[in-house]
Write a protein that binds this ligand. Structure first.
Ligand code: CU
Length: 472
């Protein structure tokens, strides 16, 4: 008996490689063709395959006969295992245990368990497996959060075992329709990771009146989502770029040095300058000095201004300049969150240009990494006031920043207070279009886990979601 619960080996099918000499047009056609095949394969279940599998490595499957029994359980919002291999012609029996804390079900092909309460186990006869079948939890929204299971039909009679019996491809992932890569589900994004280091969201006070920095611009492979690495285009090695902070009247003198492979540039919204010279694109090996005086308070965007700007911003070339209003009140802690759309792509290419052009983000993030503050929450104490500076760099999606269980007593948006130190009124969300910024202030009165989200809920579900843990 082989271990049917063992994960199938990772392997990117041919779709993960650029055909030599193929241009983007041909590439897009290949993508569409793959998407069409997959759409046909899943049309009856609305499910997508969670796991990318390579059947060639499953050659040790037993002869096809009789029944195969598999135990499936629930972890968070995922089935474990997320993928099972079954010899073609075998009957599949699933012992489904709902080990989660919410009601779920399991549907594989046309077979359904019906609703299963937490702690209960139900036996599901999925019938004879003749081709790959998608399984899912049918409760609204659960499959898009990651509750899918792929049943792979293994053709044990194939000599080299190289082709899946149904002949289609498994690059699709829960939570996305990106034909190039596997998009991690919410359950995968929120699973604890010992080695993870979030972008530090803390914002230090302004120091000095002249701010001089030298930023090297590079293109480097980075971890952009759990299990996914791809090239990012970076100011000073980070996405978002460094957060600058000063006061009204300060001078900023930034030297950008292009050590990448293509032209890049920078545009600081925090100053008023003639764009012609300082915002020009510089080629690899060149550098330029961009100087401006900050005459107006606010949180201002900066970004690479080389076309297509959507792609340069999507790949990481954006950040914030904070210019303090004159009468900023003292708070116990300040944070800076840059809202950004995340486009996945192949490792060596970075954000997929066609998806960026179509405005179809795979994930959404604060500080360019989805769900990172679910893994490393912000922390505060009861009675403390915190200020969260917010900037939306897009490139396309809007932000409606909300903290679950909390109300803002102070809201500053695009240079003006909407509300200031209020006690008998308040605000529930700060809305910011791309290139808009502001801050919110709140004081926690009870301990607890306060979730912050983009209340455009599909963006929260794509990763614009984090936590503030408040203790006594
Ligand atoms: Cu650039």
């Amino acid at each position: 008996m082989i271990d049917l619960s063992a994960p199938t080996p990772e392997g990117k099918p041919a779709a993960g490689k650029t055909p030599e000499g193929a241009g983007w047009g041909a590439w897009a056609l290949i993508g569409l063709a793959i998407a069409a095949v997959i759409a046909l394969a899943v049309v009856n279940t609305q499910a997508t395959n969670l796991h990318s599998s390579d059947h060639a490595a499953g050659a040790s499957a037993p002869a096809a006969s009789g029944a195969v029994t598999v135990d499936v359980r629930v972890e968070g919002m995922a089935f474990v295992p997320a993928s099972v291999d079954v010899p073609v012609g075998s009957q599949l029996i699933v012992n489904f245990t709902n080990s989660g804390d919410r009601v779920h079900d399991l549907k594989i092909g046309q077979a359904e368990t019906g609703r299963v309460e937490p702690g209960k186990t139900v036996r599901l006869d999925a019938g004879v497996i003749t081709e790959d079948v998608a399984g899912l939890c049918t409760i609204a929204g659960h499959s898009v959060q990651g509750m899918t299971i792929a049943v792979n039909a293994i053709d044990v009679n194939s000599i080299d075992g190289a082709q899946p019996s149904a002949g289609h491809d498994h690059t699709m992932a829960a939570g996305g329709d990106n034909p190039f890569v596997e998009v991690p589900s919410a359950a995968q994004r929120m699973a604890a990771r010992a080695d993870f280091e979030a972008v530090d969201p803390r914002l230090a006070p302004a120091q000095g009146r002249v701010h001089e920095h030298r930023w090297v611009m590079t293109e480097e492979v980075r971890d952009v989502a759990p299990g996914h690495r791809q090239v990012r285009w970076l100011f000073d090695g980070q996405a978002p770029g460094p957060t600058l902070r000063g006061k009204v009247g300060d001078t900023f003198r930034i030297t950008i040095v292009n050590q990448g492979t293509m032209g890049h540039s920078i545009d600081f919204h925090a100053g008023e300058v003639s764009p012609d010279a300082p915002m020009r694109t510089i080629e690899p090996g060149e550098e330029l000095v961009y100087e401006f005086k900050a005459n107006r308070a606010g949180i201002w965007m900066y970004h690479c201004a080389t076309a297509p700007m959507s792609l340069h911003i999507a790949n990481g070339m954006a950040g914030a300049v904070v210019i303090d209003p004159q009468d900023l009140r003292p708070v116990d802690a300040e944070y800076a969150l840059v809202a950004s759309d995340i486009f996945l792509g192949e490792e060596a290419i970075g954000a997929d240009a066609a998806r960026v052009a179509a405005g179809q983000p795979d994930l959404m993030a604060f500080n360019y990494y989805p769900n990172q503050y679910d893994l490393q929450p912000l922390r505060a104490r009861v009675g403390q006031s915190i200020r969260v500076w917010l900037l939306n760099v897009g490139p396309d999606q809007a932000l409606s920043f909300h903290v679950v269980g909390e109300q803002f007593d102070t809201v500053y948006k695009e240079g003006a207070y909407l509300l200031r130190g209020a006690s008998d009124t308040g605000s529930q969300a700060l809305d910011l279009q791309p290139a808009q910024g502001g801050f919110v202030e709140m004081t926690f009165t009870e301990p607890g886990t306060y979730t912050f989200v983009n209340h455009i809920m599909t963006s929260a579900e794509k990763g614009q979601h984090g936590q503030i843990i408040v203790s006594n």
